[in-house]
Design a protein around this ligand. Structure first.
Ligand SMILES: [Fe+2]
Length: 203
């Protein structure tokens, strides 16, 4: 009897066209970045489909299968981290108020918004390509800034991403030279949608 084929339902890339008009991050940079993001979505879908096919063919013990499995962290996180990144931006930005829930959570951990911001900027300026992320521990609700190398090294299991900043060079190279990454970080900060960040807070 023929075994029925499993069909994987592909994930659809999100549309972030409304972000055009950011301060200090050009529309051209966004266009390039949207295409890169779409590539991660495509690769994630391809990866899932190929893994299913290999499993159905009884080839889940093969080196090919293992290499595809090892790639999950890169492609999935490449897709999802970009969604957090685009999702915490808005043209015109917004103000981080000390009295807001996210403001209070930051102050509870870091003592002041300024101290947290300085640390977040320093993490983002670290050498190498990757991400600066403000995470929340789901158990203690405590916040902490983290560095993620590429897309997969440094994610903490179960931690909730609150604010995600892409510091791969493709995120700013059309607008700033590599040594001017701090200027890009300032531009990123001026475009943060703090209401969107606050919605990610775990209660
Ligand atoms: Fe990126």
């Amino acid at each position: 009897m023929l075994q029925q084929k499993t069909s994987y339902v592909p994930y659809v890339a999100q549309d972030y066209a409304h972000l055009k008009g950011l301060t200090g991050i050009s529309d051209k940079t966004l266009e390039v970045h949207f295409k890169l993001y779409a590539g991660y979505v495509t690769n994630t879908n391809t990866l899932n489909q190929k893994v299913i096919e290999l499993t159905e063919q009884g080839k889940s013990g093969t080196p090919e299968y293992s290499e595809l499995k090892r790639r999950y962290g890169f492609e999935y996180n490449g897709m999802r981290l970009h969604e957090y990144y685009f999702g915490n931006l808005t043209p015109g930005g917004s103000e981080l108020k000390e009295s807001s829930e996210i403001g209070k959570a930051i102050i509870a951990t870091y003592g002041s918004i300024e101290t947290w911001k300085n640390d977040f900027f320093k993490v983002g300026a670290m050498r190498g390509v990757g991400w600066a992320v403000l995470f929340q521990d789901p158990f203690t609700k405590v916040l902490s800034n983290h560095w993620i190398t590429l897309h997969e090294e440094g994610n903490i299991a179960g931690f909730q991403p609150l604010l995600v900043m892409d510091v791969w060079e493709h995120a700013f190279l059309l607008d700033y030279v590599p040594a001017d990454r701090p200027k890009y970080i300032e531009a990123f900060y001026s475009n943060i949608d703090w209401a969107a960040v606050e919605k990610r807070l775990l209660k």
